[in-house]
Ligand binder design. Structure first.
Ligand SMILES: C[C@H](O)[C@H](O)[C@H]1CNC2=NC(N)=NC(=O)C2=N1
Length: 97
């Protein structure tokens, strides 16, 4: 299903409100390195995100070691960043709080 890729200015505006998120060098994804107190906290975060991902059919690429969760969000169907990535990033911010 096709979904629109956001413009560069739409992405920059959104990133200004997303603390710690950055544009990947190729401009096709957004990234954040989350840090938690320990593995238990990191995995609790990942569990919440997993439920949200299933609910919204939008899934993160991520890498976890102990208390670290490195996240990449992109929309394959759009070939870049869509509103779905911003919505997921905002949800992750709520879950990490
Ligand atoms: C068929 C299914 O709806 C698609 O493959 C969904 C699943 N989850 C997804 N997750 C992400 N991050 N991007 C997508 O384009 C995407 N597409």
């Amino acid at each position: 299903m096709a979904i629109a890729r956001l413009s560069q200015s739409e992405i920059e505006t959104a990133l200004a409100d997303l603390s710690g998120w950055a544009l990947r060098e190729d401009g096709l994804a957004i990234l954040k390195a989350f840090r938690f107190a320990d593995f238990s906290e990191a995995f609790a975060f990942m569990s919440r995100v997993a439920l949200e991902a299933e609910k919204t059919d939008h899934h993160p690429e991520w890498f976890n070691v102990y208390n670290r969760v490195d996240v990449t969000l992109t929309t394959h169907d759009a070939g870049g960043i869509s509103a779905r990535d911003l919505a997921m990033a905002a949800a992750m911010e709520r879950f990490a709080r």
